[in-house]
Design a protein around this ligand. Structure first.
Ligand code: GLA
Length: 395
């Protein structure tokens, strides 16, 4: 388990080294795993994520002029711009910063600029939601130093607007939800139709979650992601226009999809079949977890992967290989691709005592097949974002 206090001290120290004074506030927002419920968030469905012991940390304080100065420790780079002036971000991390500043400023006009130092230990681009955590860390820091009245749910919706308006990805709220609302040792079950959620205790007995990073980070993922978002919307439109009493995605059932007259080359039926069945898998997974039936839970994970591969078509050969290799291991109850897809990680349910052997075997197989290193992680489940205001800096 990473020691968050040490990471906070480090973040504050880096701030002092760069800006020559203490930050007013430090925030630490965690990354996430998603047990089940993939590509359901922007379709008003269900998901079950949990925050992990990897964080993005932001230390910051206001300035007396109108400048925004942000240092990224991970990218070893810095950006500077004037509030209200023109700045053209050319890297994604800069888009997140300019997005959070612009959206916050449009609601709570800032009279002064600020300076910030950003770093962390969430692997970037692996599907563990380093960018969602960056938005959540920054937005919470802004809320804290400017003391504005902004509810948590509204705050994460603003974070999501950054993805929509500044990255041009119409993603859902999964990542920000997990980073804001998670509880240590618990899973979240989120309903993205009502935006209600509850936590339930992750009693894993003698099983653990093992995450395997394929090392594949495809740029293509953004455009394919948007294609899926559009296809699902198109499906909803078609079903509505046919006179069925369907208002939301959640009104769609398997029989609607089965009985709707075929339209040549319509991908949306498959996509929505995935969404409807994945929602049911979230309910089933919760039931199995509560009963401690890990073998059945494992089967649900495998069904989820198959559905993401065949119906939603967001897997890739490396992820399929990693899942198959996992399933061949006797200590594995099930596994699936996790996150947006086209690369990133797999999530596997493994008997604790088999974890080391599993990690060795899967990485060897992967190395042999693709000549690539697979990183294997075991995370602890932690609380959502933490805000540390005005503590003295330890050096
Ligand atoms: C990415 C997005 C999330 C979610 C997942 C797929 O992580 O940021 O909003 O759609 O993909 O479940």
């Amino acid at each position: 388990m990473f020691d968050l206090d040490k990471l906070v001290d480090k973040s504050r120290l880096k701030f002092v080294q760069r800006f020559g004074g203490e930050p007013l506030c430090t925030t630490a927002a965690p990354g996430r795993i998603n047990i089940i419920g993939e590509h359901t968030d922007y379709n008003g469905g269900l998901a079950m994520p949990a925050a992990i012991d990897r964080w993005i940390l932001v230390s910051l304080r206001p300035r007396s002029d109108k400048r925004i100065v942000v240092e990224s420790l991970d990218f070893q780079s810095e950006l500077t711009f004037e509030l209200g002036g023109h700045f053209e971000p050319f890297q994604n991390w800069q888009r997140y910063i300019t997005g959070v500043v612009a959206i916050f400023n449009s609601l709570f006009p800032l009279s002064y600029g600020l300076e910030a130092s950003i770093g962390g230990n969430i692997p970037i681009g692996s599907g563990l939601s380093s960018s969602g955590a960056l938005e959540v860390a920054l937005m919470n820091a802004f809320r804290s130093i400017y003391k504005v009245d902004l509810k948590d749910l509204e705050l994460i919706k603003l974070c999501s607007r950054v993805d929509h308006e500044f990255l041009n990805i119409k993603s859902g709220l999964l990542d920000q939800f997990a980073s804001q609302f998670s509880r240590r040792g618990y899973f979240l079950v989120i309903d993205f139709c009502s935006l209600n959620y509850r936590s339930f205790k992750a009693d894993m007995q003698d099983w653990i979650w093992v995450v395997v990073d394929s090392g594949i980070h495809r740029e293509l993922a953004g455009s394919k992601y948007m294609e899926r978002v559009e296809e699902c919307k198109q499906g909803l439109r078609c079903l509505r226009q046919s006179g069925l009493s369907i208002n939301h995605f959640r009104d769609i059932t398997v029989s609607h999809l089965k009985n709707f007259p075929p339209i040549p080359s319509e991908p949306w039926r498959k996509r929505l079949r995935h969404v409807v069945s994945e929602n049911q898998r979230v309910r089933d997974a919760e039931a199995y977890l509560s009963k401690g039936d890990f073998e059945s839970l494992g089967k649900i994970l495998v069904q989820s992967h198959e559905s993401l591969r065949r119906e939603y078509e967001v897997s890739c050969k490396e992820l399929d290989f990693l899942v198959n290799s996992a399933l061949a291991h006797p200590g594995c109850a099930g596994g699936r691709m996790m996150g947006g897809g086209f690369g990133g990680c797999t999530l596997n349910l493994i008997r604790k005592k088999a974890a080391t052997d599993f990690a060795d075997k899967v990485s060897q197989d992967y190395q042999q097949q693709f000549d690539l290193n697979a990183q294997v992680y075991h995370f602890n489940l932690v609380d959502g974002v933490k805000v540390y205001a005005q503590n003295p800096v330890k050096s």
